[in-house]
Design a protein around this ligand. Structure first.
Ligand code: ZN
Ligand code: ZN
Length: 409
């Protein structure tokens, strides 16, 4: 039963001597051990409290667990009724029905203040459900929201950007076209190849739109999933934990890298034959911005740098080893808004949401440009903090069993 946890949570929430991160961490700890991962308890307390910080800790917690849609919807409906607390509803957007999202959009337009707490809700709508904003785009004056709304925009806008670019040769129009990320947008970038061949970014634009420049393959897998940290072995996809075999070593201090993520191929609908593993440096030298490794078949090959035995004591994942739970992403086209580092988001499949738009790496074995497979952003989790603050982007050549991991912050 959740009775004891309800009392424990009440004590922590009413305890005025406890505040900030210690309070949040204590709330997360109590909720994590509850039935249904604490979703109904977190929503119950959102219904009962009017304290801004407490409300946001509870909403943060709900954002970090998958599913539990009905609890998230009732929490968001309560928050919608308060002009300050409504900010925390931004965390629940991926799970809210279209009608409720439309309600938040209408509230934002009525508030007539672009800096109202409702703006946070609209930013998240621009990431997960940009189609809800497009009908009122001309009433929204915000550069980031407009960038988000490019995702999945209709073919007529692709055509308009293409023709305007032909007239004005302004390369920002091509980037906007690529950020629409539909198959049609990618086809148009591809068809412009002869016209923009001298453009140094042609390949980058095509990858951004969702196609690889040297093959007919897509730049990412379908469908796209949001990831959530689970207990060890709760899902077949492993975060952190000991890795048997050699790993990359830091070029400066020679500290061994650690395994960040292994995705189990047979548990994903991506037609992968091999489990994909991604690595990152455990030290804080910041000497490298990527690492490339061939894994499997009892051996590891590290490219472009030194390698050595893994240290089973090291981990960048809170608690040492966790698993990655997956839930289908609401935005299957690909997010166009720039990513925020350190914001605790995880993605498998789909197209990369970049902090700074960048190229996909090439596989050192076959020379092909590699598709994107996963992103793991650092930050707070319900089990503690990651050992890095930026975003790790994982690319995978399944033919050669080679992973390349890029870091941005
Ligand atoms: Zn180092
Ligand atoms: Zn390859």
């Amino acid at each position: 039963m959740n009775v004891e946890r309800t009392q424990a949570l009440e004590e922590v929430i009413l305890n005025d001597t406890l505040s900030g991160l210690p309070k949040r961490d204590r709330i997360f700890e109590i909720l994590s051990g509850a039935e249904d991962k604490g979703a109904s308890l977190a929503a119950d307390f959102i219904m009962r409290t009017d304290d801004e910080a407490t409300t946001d800790y509870l909403a943060q917690y709900l954002e970090l667990i998958p599913d539990a849609q009905s609890d998230k919807v009732r929490a968001a409906e309560k928050l919608r009724g308060d002009e300050t607390l409504v900010r925390s509803a931004a965390r629940l957007v991926p799970w809210l029905p279209d009608e409720l999202l439309d309600g938040f959009v209408a509230d934002y337009l009525t508030a007539a203040d672009p800096n109202s707490p409702l703006a946070d809700v609209l930013f998240t709508i621009a990431i997960h459900a940009p189609g809800r904003l497009r009908p009122v785009a001309d009433k929204i004056d915000d550069r980031d929201m407009h960038r988000g709304m490019l995702s999945g925009a209709p073919d007529e806008l692709v055509d308009a950007f293409r023709e305007k670019w032909r007239r004005e040769q302004d390369s920002s129009l091509l980037e906007a076209l690529a950020l629409i990320r539909t198959d049609y947008a990618a086809d148009q970038i591809e068809s412009l190849r002869d016209e923009i061949e001298d453009h140094p970014d042609w390949e980058l634009l095509l990858e951004l739109a969702g196609k690889l420049p040297d093959s007919e393959e897509r730049a990412g897998y379908r469908p796209a999933y949001m990831g959530f940290l689970g207990e060890k072995n709760e899902s077949p996809h492993t975060l952190g934990g000991a890795f048997a075999g050699d790993v990359p070593l830091c070029h400066e201090c020679e500290a061994p890298a650690v395994r960040i993520l292994t995705l189990e191929a047979k548990s994903l609908p991506f037609t992968l034959e091999h489990n994909a593993s991604f690595f990152w440096y455990s030290c804080e030298c910041g000497a490298m911005d990527s690492t490339t490794v061939r894994v499997g078949a009892g051996e590891t090959v590290v490219y472009y740098g030194p390698s050595g035995p893994a240290d089973p004591e090291l981990s960048l994942v809170p608690g040492g080893e966790r698993s990655l739970l997956l839930e289908e992403h609401r935005n299957q086209v690909g997010v166009s808004m720039e990513a925020v580092p350190g914001a605790s988001w995880y993605q498998v499949g789909g197209l990369p949401q970049w902090v700074d738009t960048d190229r996909h790496p090439r596989c050192p074995e076959c020379g092909s440009v590699m598709p994107f497979l996963a992103a793991i952003a650092g930050g707070s989790t319900r089990f503690g903090e990651f050992g890095y603050e930026g975003v790790l982007y994982g690319f995978w050549c399944d033919r050669c069993r080679v992973s390349s991991t890029k870091y941005q912050d």
